[in-house]
Design a binder for this molecule. Structure first.
Ligand code: LLP
Length: 420
């Protein structure tokens, strides 16, 4: 466990979370560099027997400090926008380690990828392939392309984060993929480099991956028959983690099964983990502002905290469960109750957790767990709230890797009238 109680106080490794809150304020995201590194090493070890590129899915947590750490571990990156591309470059990544996914790449984003010389574009439609070809010719740069296939596989996860079914907007149908890659191979400004898929997120079983991999391998055989040789095969990300009581797949099991299937094939395997590396390496620190004890007639008890759905959207959006623990032992006068942990935002959907048995007093610090992935990344300025600070704990030290937003950060972008 990354976050453990020591001498009564919840800590990140040897660093007290209360000390961080004291120094930086709340709400604040705290990430453990050791926990991220340990997860990375776990994946690296699991896939050690197969030539594998681990391309971290930046969307899970795009903080520069986190990206710099992951870059230092030797990872490549999976990006979905020009902004993410600029972030990984700013964090020190080499462009040739970057794969560019996403259904709506703009001309400007494609040009940026071409100029920087990324590893490949994961192409999601025939129209996108044409656009990339046009831009490649214009810039006189060869564009390496992988085709993202929609394998029509049920990832058995939350419907909002399943992406591999044919009703989802992602990828091209398997029947189209071969034709498009043959077209790419013949095009003077395109280079067919791989086949890709990503079937969803928070996947708990190996089965759906293997179904998807088998579809890609069938396509690889068809391509070989057309003399198209590809350099890599990308099975996406989605490796599940434990939020509550899930027992997600062991990457070693997936690696073993993948190895058996990839035997004798020259292609490198690419994986795009996001959540697996960062989710359980992060907590959101928040302070109790008010307690509103419930009534006999069934009104719940509310603990109103200073973090809200704009800071951590997952509970509101996916009904996601995140653990909540007090950072310090309860003081005198704290009330034991079954609390709904809610934020200050004017929506009933603004909750971080529901029905948690906790002993609380106003002013208490809480840690909301498993918040290192899709936490800060999905935050917003809703209700004109500034986004939280972010802190990275490395060994026995911590540093602020993003300062808290100030209202001036928001106001600076806007104007009252035409003259400003
Ligand atoms: N590769 C592609 C092409 C993706 O679309 C995604 C995630 C990943 C990799 C990384 O998936 P991961 O390993 O993190 O599961 N906001 C949602 C998750 C959305 C995932 C979108 N795509 C959540 O909070 O659960």
């Amino acid at each position: 466990m990354t976050f453990q109680v020591q001498g009564g106080a919840l800590c990140a490794g040897p660093v007290s979370l209360a000390g961080i809150a004291e120094a930086v304020g709340t709400p604040t995201y705290v990430y453990s560099a050791d926990a991220i590194s340990a997860q990375y090493r776990r994946l690296e070890a699991a896939f050690a027997d197969i030539p594998t590129e681990i391309c971290y899915a930046v969307k899970a947590n795009a903080n520069l400090g986190v990206l710099g750490l992951i870059n230092g571990l030797g990872a490549g990156f999976d990006i979905v926008s020009g902004g993410e591309l600029q972030r990984v470059i700013a964090a020190g990544a080499r462009p040739e380690t970057v794969v560019f996914s996403g259904v709506g790449k703009s001309e400007a984003e494609i040009n940026l990828g071409l100029k920087l010389g990324i590893h490949c574009f994961n192409v999601e439609s025939a129209a996108e392939l044409q656009r990339i070809a046009r831009q490649a010719e214009r810039l006189q740069r060869i564009a390496p392309v992988a085709l993202r296939v929609n394998p029509d596989v049920d990832a058995r996860t939350h419907p909002y984060i399943a992406t591999g079914l044919k009703e989802n907007k992602f990828g091209v149908q398997a029947s189209e993929a071969v034709g498009l890659l043959v077209e790419a191979e013949r095009h003077p400004w395109l280079e067919a480099s791989g086949l890709a898929c990503h079937i969803g997120s928070q996947i708990e079983q190996v089965g759906p991956y293997l179904e998807a991999l088998d579809r890609l391998l069938d396509l690889l055989d068809e391509l070989q028959a057309s003399s198209v040789e590809l350099g890599h095969i990308d099975i996406g990300g989605g490796f599940g983690v434990t939020y509550q009581d899930e027992t997600p797949l062991d990457p070693r099991e997936l690696a073993t099964a993948a190895k058996a299937r990839l035997r004798d094939r020259p292609q490198t395997l690419v994986i795009e983990p996001g959540r697996f590396l960062t989710a359980n390496a992060g907590v959101l620190l928040t302070r109790v502002e008010y307690l509103k004890p419930g009534s006999q007639d069934g009104q719940p008890s509310f603990a109103v905290v200073d973090a809200a759905m704009n800071d951590l959207l997952r509970p509101a959006l996916y009904q996601a469960w995140h653990w909540v623990e007090p950072v310090l032992p309860p003081g005198d006068g704290a009330s034991a109750d079954c609390w709904d942990i809610v934020g200050p935002i004017c929506e009933s959907g603004d909750f971080l957790a529901r029905r948690r048995q906790l002993t609380l007093a106003p002013g208490d610090l809480l840690a909301v767990g498993s918040a290192g992935a899709y936490g800060m990344a999905q935050s917003s300025n809703y209700n004109a709230r500034g986004r939280p600070a972010e802190v990275l704990v490395e060994g026995d030290r911590f540093r602020v890797v993003r300062r808290r937003e100030h209202i001036n950060d928001q106001l600076a972008l806007e104007r009252i009238d035409a003259h400003g």
